[in-house]
Design a protein around this ligand. Structure first.
Ligand SMILES: [Fe+2]
Length: 226
């Protein structure tokens, strides 16, 4: 992805979150200079990979295959039991913008439509996983807002405002927004995007970046480079 695109997508996401009265913590607005000046007091933010996360899964087609996330809280993977066991993200899912099929081995996550009536809905397609990592052809047991239900393999569930679904380990899921851009929350166990995303079609979780202009913000996977 071009750095100029990432700068623009972050600005657009900030505006989208504001429109829906969802407020980010102060470090969301820190510049690269502010990060460089910061000391050990901000180590939790860096170690737990909080903050901006823009990806097109290196597809080159962000508008149709990509995602904008901001990690609000998380535990440190390396600190193990000494850190938070939970994580929270807010996501800006554009209409028809796909996050491709993947599952997690350790993380259980609730995906929640945090938007109101003027925001889009989230379409979530589900499959079980065979021992070989393929789509299972049996029905899928899933919990939506605490209510258990069984869906057909490959069935799509639509989440309206306030609705959520729980992704348990090894459950294949993909999602995209319909009827407009969607404000989506994620509440989960500790999040490790380096090792706990298993994509059906192998894809990098983070994009390669072409530096065509100066970065306005630092992405969550760039703190070690500062
Ligand atoms: Fe997921």
């Amino acid at each position: 992805m071009k750095r100029s695109s990432i700068n623009r997508y972050i600005a657009e996401a900030s505006a989208f979150f504001s429109t829906h009265s969802f407020y980010l913590p102060p470090f969301a607005d820190w510049t690269p200079d502010a990060w460089t000046r910061s000391g050990a007091e901000a180590d939790d933010v860096r170690n737990c990979r909080l903050g901006w996360d823009i990806t097109d899964f290196n597809s080159g087609h962000f508008e149709t295959l990509g995602l904008t996330l901001f990690t609000l809280r998380n535990g440190s993977v390396s600190a193990n039991g000494a850190s938070k066991p939970y994580a929270e993200k807010i996501m800006f899912v554009r209409e028809n913008q796909v996050t491709p099929f993947h599952y997690h081995v350790r993380k259980t996550e609730d995906i929640i439509n945090r938007g109101g009536k003027r925001a889009g809905r989230l379409a979530v397609q589900l499959y079980g996983r065979t021992k070989d990592g393929e789509f299972a052809d049996g029905p899928v047991s899933v919990s939506c807002d605490g209510i258990k239900r069984q869906v057909e393999p490959g069935q799509t569930i639509i989440l309206g405002p306030g609705e959520s679904i729980t992704m348990t380990p090894y459950l294949y899921h993909m999602f995209y927004a319909v009827d407009g851009d969607a404000l989506i929350g994620e509440v989960s166990s500790r999040n490790d995007d380096d090792t706990d995303n298993y994509f059906k079609e192998p894809l990098p979780r983070y994009p390669e970046i072409t530096e065509d202009e100066a970065p306005l913000r630092v992405l969550c996977n760039e703190y070690p480079k500062l």
